[in-house]
Design a protein. Structure first.
Length: 378
């Protein structure tokens, strides 16, 4: 990973959704990801590297980096994908906001919706084709970046994944050829090749999965009333990933229902929902792998010090907000282990009559500002 110069457009500062969900340092990290990404808009999913490169001298924990990264995933600012069991992110709308006249050749494997086209002319850069139609989510259209027109007739030998040749481009000299390419694309997406018989796949039990979710999670999370086309598309993908096993969906929903973090017991009062669980394999697999289980989401009080337990109880009882022992440990560090200072700031937070999550965020910042090590903190 290396840093590159990137553009910041004016509408970044007026993205209210981003501002509501991420603090200033979290939004700064988001800008840093643009600089770490290749010209393909792709980046390795490596929060440790994000910390080391973007905040080497700042007192920002790896937990914070992971928290901000997860929020960017929830906001669909990052689109996850995998290649050979390794995770990567594509920065959504990267190519709509960056001016890349001579984009570099990719070093990282590309997701299925991006194609790199090498330039047949020597010492000339190629270009990228981004097909939003097949990107996860409800997106439309295609975008070309760089010298794609000069590369369009050349074979593609630079891909590191399995997507076939580029498709669907206008050819003013041969309309029939364009139509044939589109037909080939449809057959490729359907998994058919010439000479093979179509084999009927077992239908996805959409309604059974929806009913199971409502039955298991409906008392804690928002229920669903219908299966939209977009939900069907995501369910089809997840159904294949679990080898058409409805038992895996049952396990997914049971883990979700038992997870305190996924049902709202977190610093942002955020809750998962049906769409978040199924929209990509990143969320789906993390839940099934136990990344949000209660023993991971919050350390047991048995492993916490008496002071940490006291802080956890103070925040819960007086601000109606649940924090982990690790969070309590951070507050104690900021307060130089001064419990009385924390109590005073909790009283000030109560007077402001904020929502629980906002009150805790104010408390954390207020305690930081009392510590000489954090005088520059904003």
């Amino acid at each position: 990973m290396q840093l590159r110069n990137r553009l910041v457009k004016a509408n970044f500062w007026t993205d209210t959704e981003l501002a509501k969900k991420l603090p200033a340092t979290g939004r700064m990290m988001y800008q840093g990801l643009w600089q770490l990404a290749e010209d393909s808009g792709c980046i390795e999913a490596d929060p440790v590297a994000f910390k080391m490169i973007l905040f080497p001298l700042d007192d920002i924990s790896l937990e914070k980096i992971e928290q901000w990264t997860n929020m960017l995933l929830e906001l669909d600012k990052l689109i996850p994908y995998q290649y050979q069991k390794k995770e990567y992110y594509y920065i959504k709308n990267f190519h709509k906001h960056q001016s890349l006249r001579s984009p570099g050749k990719p070093e990282l494997p590309l997701p299925e919706w991006i194609e790199y086209m090498p330039n047949p002319k020597p010492y000339q850069s190629g270009g990228y084709i981004i097909n939003y139609e097949i990107m996860p989510g409800e997106y439309e259209g295609m975008l070309t970046v760089g010298n794609v027109n000069e590369s369009i007739e050349q074979p593609n030998n630079n891909r590191k994944d399995t997507l076939g040749k580029p498709y669907g481009y206008p050819n003013p000299t041969n309309k029939k050829e364009k139509e044939n390419k589109n037909i080939e694309l449809e057959e490729e997406l359907e998994g058919n090749t010439e000479g093979e018989e179509k084999t009927a796949e077992p239908p996805v039990p959409y309604q059974d999965i929806a009913d199971m979710y409502n039955q298991i999670c409906g008392s804690k999370l928002s229920r669903i009333n219908r299966i939209s086309d977009n939900r069907k598309k995501h369910l089809q993908a997840r159904w294949k990933e679990v080898s058409e096993s409805i038992d895996e969906f049952k396990r997914l929903f049971e883990i979700t229902e038992e997870s305190k973090f996924l049902t709202g017991n977190n610093d942002r009062n955020w809750k998962a929902d049906f769409d978040w669980l199924i929209k990509n394999n990143h969320n789906f697999n993390k839940v099934l792998e136990g990344k949000y289980s209660n023993d991971r989401a919050s350390p047991d009080k048995d492993r916490a010090s008496p002071e940490e337990i006291q802080v956890v109880d103070l925040v819960k009882n007086q601000l109606s907000h649940d924090i982990t022992a690790m969070k309590a440990r951070e507050l104690l560090k900021y307060a130089n282990n001064n419990i009385d200072l924390i109590k005073d700031k909790i009283l000030e937070a109560q007077e402001k009559r904020l929502e629980p999550a906002q009150a805790y965020y104010w408390l954390e910042n207020a305690i930081k500002k009392t510590n000489s090590l954090y005088k520059g903190y904003r």
